[in-house]
Design a protein around this ligand. Structure first.
Ligand code: UTP
Length: 301
């Protein structure tokens, strides 16, 4: 039996326009917005590295400078921190440049996620690879990507991450039709549809921003017609893959934050800060007091 190639490469699309977060994202990619004290994309790179994927390709757009700078050395800053003896901050500054081998490719026009992933074809070659959306955070305590890599090694083909969402919200996501699969939380995908009307959705299982894809997806993407919203949709390409290769879904029941959405972003900042030893206790004390003062709270003026 031939051993399937191990997944070693992570592709992180970060070339979207981030219109939901304007004007903050006018000159800064939304993936660089801070979540507590790290940009969102650093959590995503850390997640890839933890799953054993230390070859990272970022798909960038017109604002690529801050992304490149963040994962590069900052010699002047490092010297200044060293001179001050601020070793904790020095370590934090160095950590992002030492995380992984980070490569960059430009998407050109932001013509959709499918178009962004196709820009990775040359770098990825003929191996299965992971795609992690740069604005989608999976809590570091949940090991989704590791599980997806394992499922891909066992079942071959491609694996996508799914999450159950309230029925009336399914039209905001790609949606999967599924059959039972090899485990309770691993299903076989029989169809995918991007942002279906609620009454046409085949399930309440939404596609979230983690994929382990077979390189066959590039062949499909090369001839893919433009899809919903005038964009090349990765969902449409995976739908075509179902006809030729197995596609499985891992149903994720952990913590996920869409930092490209303003409300979800705020929740991510509060929840991750509340869990921190240094910030959590004073933040929670303040939140309790502040909530008690809000109109409608018990005992509020
Ligand atoms: P989104 O649909 O959330 O990104 O794409 P967007 O278009 O930037 O967001 P809004 O709706 O305008 O606010 C999910 C991920 O795919 C990337 C984005 O950067 C994000 O990480 N993406 C999207 C690309 O890299 N290229 C594209 O053409 C579209």
């Amino acid at each position: 039996m031939t051993v399937p190639p191990r997944v070693t490469k992570a592709v992180i699309p970060a070339a979207g326009l981030g219109t939901r977060f304007l004007p903050a994202t006018k000159a800064t990619p939304k993936e660089m917005l801070p979540v507590v004290d790290k940009p969102a994309i650093q959590y995503v790179v850390e997640e890839a590295v933890r799953a054993g994927l230390d070859d990272v390709l970022m798909i960038t757009g017109r604002n690529k400078r801050p992304l490149e700078d963040h994962f590069d050395r900052a010699v002047e800053l490092e010297l200044a921190l060293e001179a001050k003896g601020d070793l904790d901050r020095l370590a934090a500054v160095r950590a992002s440049s030492e995380l992984a081998a980070v490569h960059y490719v430009r998407q050109g026009d932001a013509k959709g996620l499918g178009h962004a992933v196709l820009a990775a074809a040359q770098h990825v070659g003929h191996e299965p690879f992971a795609v992690l959306l740069g604005d989608d955070l999976i809590d570091f305590r949940d090991h989704l990507l590791e599980q997806m890599v394992e499922v891909q090694a066992r079942e071959g083909g491609s694996v996508i991450a799914l999450m159950e969402v309230p029925h009336d919200q399914i039209s905001m996501y790609g949606c999967a039709a599924v059959e039972p699969g090899p485990a309770d939380d691993v299903v076989r995908i029989t169809g995918l549809v991007e942002k279906p009307p609620v009454d046409e959705a085949p399930s309440d299982l939404a596609i979230i921003g983690r994929y382990v894809l077979s390189p066959t997806v590039f062949e499909v993407l090369r001839t893919l017609p433009v899809g919903r919203g005038g964009e090349y949709q990765l969902t449409d390409a995976i739908q075509e893959l179902i006809a030729v290769e197995p596609v499985h879904g891992v149903v994720f029941r952990g913590r996920r934050y869409d930092t490209g959405d303003r409300l979800d972003y705020l929740k991510a900042v509060v929840r991750l800060a509340a869990d921190r030893e240094d910030l959590g206790p004073p933040l929670l004390d303040w939140l309790r007091e502040w909530l008690a003062e809000q109109p409608g709270a018990q005992g509020a003026p």
